[in-house]
Design a protein around this ligand. Structure first.
Ligand code: SAM
Ligand code: SF4
Length: 332
């Protein structure tokens, strides 16, 4: 039986899990990774079976929303097998965040496995600039992936754009038009201070959601949508289009009071808040208990971890990053 057991000390019910299946990636986006990264040794990363067990137990504890992320989930070997087991767990909303480079091959099998939605990162429509921001990415492959996703029958597809003032602020209007004309949602994300990067000064690249919205106003007629995801995103409807424009603003909009989510990193740490280090180790629970007890022990460990969920995050661009892990270690 599915029990809603995951209530934190501030009375928030957690029912959304973001599960990272790898910290590795074929891109090296400037805001996400340093150029030279050291990745986890493979034996420290949860196996596909362990990942499926985490999802299964979260579902049993009342979770109804699961997002698979990374690193780049689609470079994990045999990842489709994982999606096939996750698709059978009965999540009301099963989704994936991807850089899109391998979606041409994966879009249809993912839909067939039961994935409902996909978020695809796309920071520029200019091939050279796209390569510059991602350091290795091929725009043509990502655009082909987006087309494959459109044809595959996902419930919704969303484009994610991290906006940096000196890299892609001038593309906000073309990217919005690109998405809306193809029946895709689009979200603009404020860069978060995760991990120490020496590539650029984050404060100089910061663009508030309000400034972004002001860039769009002369081109689109936007009206706010009341619905809340319980997260940092706020959505606007664009008159004349079926899709929405979102702004994800960890700096300028404090969303913590309605937070309904936790993350599990690729090495099996349950992270209670993206902006704090509070976490608990699930991998040792998975690996130190006999098979017949493991789900029960994992459920207990998740319920106990929820007691560590802090009330709010404290991102501050004027201070060095408090959070030394990179985004790829936790998933977005
Ligand atoms: N590789 C996949 C992708 O790029 O979509 C999934 C993982 S990626 C870490 C998830 C999301 O986090 C992406 O939309 C990415 O743009 C975003 N992201 C990465 N680093 C970020 C940062 N420092 N601030 C804000 N968003 C970030
Ligand atoms: Fe890879 Fe996604 Fe990070 Fe870019 S944002 S480096 S695609 S994990």
């Amino acid at each position: 039986m599915i029990q809603p057991d995951l209530i934190d000390p501030f009375g928030r019910r957690v029912h959304y899990l973001r599960l990272s299946v790898t910290d590795r990636c074929d891109f090296r986006c400037r805001y996400c990774m340093a150029e030279d990264m050291t990745f986890l040794p493979r034996d420290q990363v949860l196996s596909l079976e362990e990942l499926a067990t985490v999802a299964k137990v979260f579902r049993r504890l009342g979770g109804d929303k699961l997002r698979i992320t990374g690193g780049e989930p689609l470079i994990r070997r045999d990842v489709l097998r994982l999606f096939q087991s996750l698709g059978k767990l009965g999540f009301a909303d099963l989704s994936l965040t991807t850089n899109g480079a391998r979606l041409r091959e994966f879009a249809q099998p993912l839909v067939d496995a039961g994935v409902h939605r996909v978020n695809i990162s796309l920071d520029s429509l200019q091939p050279d600039r796209f390569r510059d921001i991602t350091r290795t990415g091929d725009l043509a492959a990502v655009l082909a992936g987006i087309e494959a996703a459109r044809n595959a029958g996902f419930r919704r597809i969303k484009i994610n754009v991290v906006v940096m003032r000196h890299f892609n602020l001038d593309e906000v209007v073309p990217l919005t038009r690109f998405a809306l004309e193809r029946g895709l949602d689009i979200s603009f994300i404020e860069e978060m201070p995760l991990g120490e990067i020496d590539d650029h000064e984050r404060r100089d690249e910061f663009v508030s959601s309000e400034e972004l919205r002001n860039c769009l106003v002369p081109h689109f007629s936007l009206s706010p949508v009341a619905e809340s995801s319980g997260g940092p995103a706020r959505y606007w409807a664009a008159h004349g289009y079926a899709n929405r424009v979102g702004f994800i603003s960890p700096h300028s909009h404090n969303f913590c009071s309605t937070c309904n989510r936790v993350r599990v990193s690729a090495e099996g740490r349950i992270l209670l808040c993206l902006g704090n280090e509070h976490s608990a180790d699930l991998r040792s629970v998975l690996r130190s208990n006999p098979a017949e007890n493991v789900e029960e022990r994992l459920a207990q460990a998740m319920i106990a971890a929820l007691r560590l969920k802090p009330e709010r995050h404290h991102f501050n661009l004027d201070e060095p990053p408090q959070i030394l892990r990179f985004m790829n270690a936790t998933g977005g």
